[in-house]
Design a protein around this ligand. Structure first.
Ligand code: AMP
Ligand code: MG
Length: 499
């Protein structure tokens, strides 16, 4: 099966297509064998209008926000006009959803192609809500405005927190009604990703196409996400290890900010290591590892504290798809993969300690740190304390406070002793805490309020949250309302898939 050589795809850099906005299109994925996608144009949306445009992101991508906002720019962002030379597709993929294998694919998303940013980065430009495709099954191919605003807000908040994620370039409202429980406004989200390769893409190739296709895909993934492995003698093994390291690092970062992804199916595990699919995700208020927000996750498969173990399970599915590339014989391949999966706990633990130590103001490492961190989390869990605010409060929390629950005083004593064993003075530890414990996360009830008012045409809260969450480690006087956890008598927060 043919492979694609990204190094030889220089034409679009020499002759940009797409006009004044600054688009420089290429489509290396469409050069892969046709089993990997369906060629399909986005549907013509009814009267699209720009609701949100991410000007800072546009600028990083070398796109002119003013031109993107003009009618021709909006037409391109909404899928109404396909720029000349662009070759749109829907990607084929499969995946394990809540443990069961299923054929999936882009049912309502169209990948316009790849844009080559001025810094040389190649990013996917995908329109979500762009109509039915061959993979739509019973779905209508559409997206409603509220959930697309939600993805925009939460993905940009993740970026602000310093966590790898797909980005959101724009949300457009359309006059296409979307029938859910009620009739809603239609929308298109313009998603930017380092790629949309998923563990599920490999599962699709392995299950439905064949070993040659897995190799073609692996070669493509290596070029796109691990170019440094170009000269490796064992590229496919290194690909597996690289993906494992990125996933461990990513989930460790989620655990550091109290993020519950909510639907960690293998089709939502990006090979490039970005957070993808902002369906039922939410952030913890009250800390407890068993927290679940998704209405369909009845057994807590994707509960906050389960996310590392589920990542290992998902990586096992990735290893299965790669098996023919990992060794000469199946037995050898399985043994090698099992060894690597056995490394996961240690790889994850290191990544997690790397995230958590600075949250306690620690600059160096001691063996006892894990216990110190775990014991603090246990105190939070017992009390159902607010995860974000309690960590942030450590910056000014060296002294005991009256009325604290049992246990804090003894823990704080250990922590103070630990801080005194590092060379940095406490003022530096304090700065480190402030730089690693966000003051702001997207608070669930505020997110809901911003989406409700946003869908009614009042974007003020949404814009204010985007502004504050873009720099969540800074203080933002006057925006204290965005730091409030849900009131303790509020009903449990619930989120939904299939939006
Ligand atoms: P998700 O829950 O977003 O990961 O989607 C799971 C699968 O359902 C993917 O194959 C989606 O493309 C597909 N899908 C979700 N919503 C729709 C829709 N409204 N129309 C068609 N396909 C959809
Ligand atoms: Mg998905």
């Amino acid at each position: 099966m043919e492979s694609v050589d990204l190094t030889n795809r220089t034409r679009p850099l020499d002759s940009p297509i797409g006009g004044e906005a600054g688009w420089r299109w290429d489509h290396s994925y469409a050069a892969l064998p046709e089993a990997f996608y369906q060629r399909i144009a986005p549907r013509l949306p009814a009267d699209p209008s720009l609701v949100l445009l991410n000007a800072p992101l546009a600028e990083v991508l070398g796109l002119d926000p003013a031109v993107l906002s003009e009618p021709a720019g909006v037409a391109a962002l909404s899928g109404g006009v396909v720029p000349p030379g662009v070759d749109p597709i829907a990607q084929a993929y499969a995946g394990h959803q809540f443990g069961s294998f299923t054929m999936l694919g882009d049912g309502r998303a169209v990948l316009l192609g790849e844009h080559l940013a001025p810094d040389g980065h190649r990013v996917d430009i995908q329109l979500k809500g762009a109509g039915r495709t061959a993979f739509a099954r019973g779905g209508d191919g559409l997206a409603a405005l509220g959930p697309m605003l939600r993805e925009y807000l939460v993905s940009e908040a993740m970026h602000g927190l310093g966590i790898p994620t797909t980005r959101s370039l724009a949300v457009l409202r359309t006059d296409d009604p979307v029938q859910r429980e009620t009739q809603l406004d239609g929308a298109v989200l313009v998603r930017v990703a380092s790629s949309h390769l998923r563990v599920g893409t490999f599962e699709y190739a392995a299950r439905f196409v064949g070993p040659d296709a897995v190799k073609t895909l692996a070669d493509y993934a290596l070029q796109r996400h691990f170019p440094d492995l170009h000269d490796s003698a064992t590229p496919y093994r290194d690909l597996f290890v690289g993906v494992m390291q990125r996933q461990a690092g990513l989930v460790a970062k989620w655990m550091g900010v109290g993020f519950v992804h909510g639907v960690m199916n293998t089709d939502n595990v990006a090979i490039g290591g970005e957070t993808i699919d902002y369906g039922p995700c939410a952030f913890l208020d009250a800390y407890h590892p068993s927290t679940v927000f998704s209405s369909i996750d009845t057994v807590g498969r994707y509960a906050f504290g389960n996310q590392p173990v589920i990542t290992q399970w998902n990586l096992a599915r990735f290893a299965e798809a790669l098996l023919p590339l990992l060794a000469e014989t199946p037995d050898e391949a399985v043994a090698w993969a099992q060894d690597r999966l056995g490394d996961f706990a240690a790889v994850y633990r290191e990544a997690w300690l790397g995230v958590m130590r600075p949250k306690l103001g620690l600059f160096n490492a001691e063996d006892s740190d894990e216990g110190l961190i775990q014991d603090f989390l246990s105190l939070l869990a017992d009390e159902r304390a607010d995860f974000t605010n309690r960590f942030r409060a450590l910056a000014d929390g060296l002294e005991d406070e009256p009325g604290e629950p049992d246990g804090y005083s003894a823990w704080r004593q250990r922590w103070r002793e630990r801080l005194s064993r590092q060379p940095q003075p406490d003022v530096e530890a304090r700065q480190r805490i402030l730089a690693h414990c966000p003051a702001f996360i997207p608070r669930n009830l505020k997110v809901e309020q911003a989406l409700t008012t946003g869908c009614e045409g009042d974007l003020s809260l949404l814009r204010r949250m985007l502004e504050v969450l873009g720099r969540p480690y800074d203080g933002h006087p006057g925006h204290e309302d965005l730091q409030q956890p849900a009131p303790s008598d509020a009903p449990p927060y619930r989120t939904f898939c299939g939006t």
